[in-house]
Design a protein around this ligand. Sequence first.
Ligand code: TDO
Length: 182
Amino acid sequence: MKILETPLRDCFIVEPSVFKDARGYFLESFNQQKFQEETGLVVNFVQDNQSVSQKGTLRGLHFQTGEAAQAKLVRVILGEIQDVMVDLRPDSETYLQKFSCVLNSENQLQLFVPKGFAHGFVCLTDEVIFSYKCDNYYDKAAEAGIIFNDPQLHIDWKLPQEQLIISEKDKGLPTLKEYLNG
Ligand SMILES: Cc1cn([C@H]2C[C@H](O)[C@@H](COP(=O)(O)OP(=O)(O)O[C@H]3O[C@@H](C)C(=O)[C@@H](O)[C@H]3O)O2)c(=O)[nH]c1=O
């Protein structure tokens, strides 16, 4: 397992060791001890989530607020996505900066999304199985988000807007400016 830095503070890519043989492959999708040794972080993941989406589906940009904030370790089991995160921590050196990375079932990359980041992804293949660990439980009351096409963040999504499939909830998310102004 390798840890690769990203331009965003505290956010990194995890590259698992993949053991291929005549049967297929094996990988450790998470190993708490190695994760802790490599990153120096003590993260206690308490919830695992999985979603299935069709091509064009965009989920995000999401986060939970306050005490319910979640760090996430995200990966793709089937297909390919563009994963995006935005640093929303006012005291961070990389405040309001974003990072985007392609995750797929070939590169097997995982992304660590720290607490205080907005997170979203768009599905680039016909079927995507997305899986992630969270270090805090789902809390509906603490759910928050920023609209995917926020003019200030100006995220360069890899699919044109006409091809996107987005939930009604996500279509109604505020802009960054609206969110920050409460
Ligand atoms: C996220 C979540 C949703 N749900 C329920 C609520 C709702 O009825 C249904 C679908 O929820 P959503 O539409 O919010 O699912 P989704 O859009 O996939 O939400 C996820 O998006 C990505 C980008 C993230 O970063 C995640 O943290 C999470 O917010 O599942 C849970 O029961 N537990 C959970 O942890």
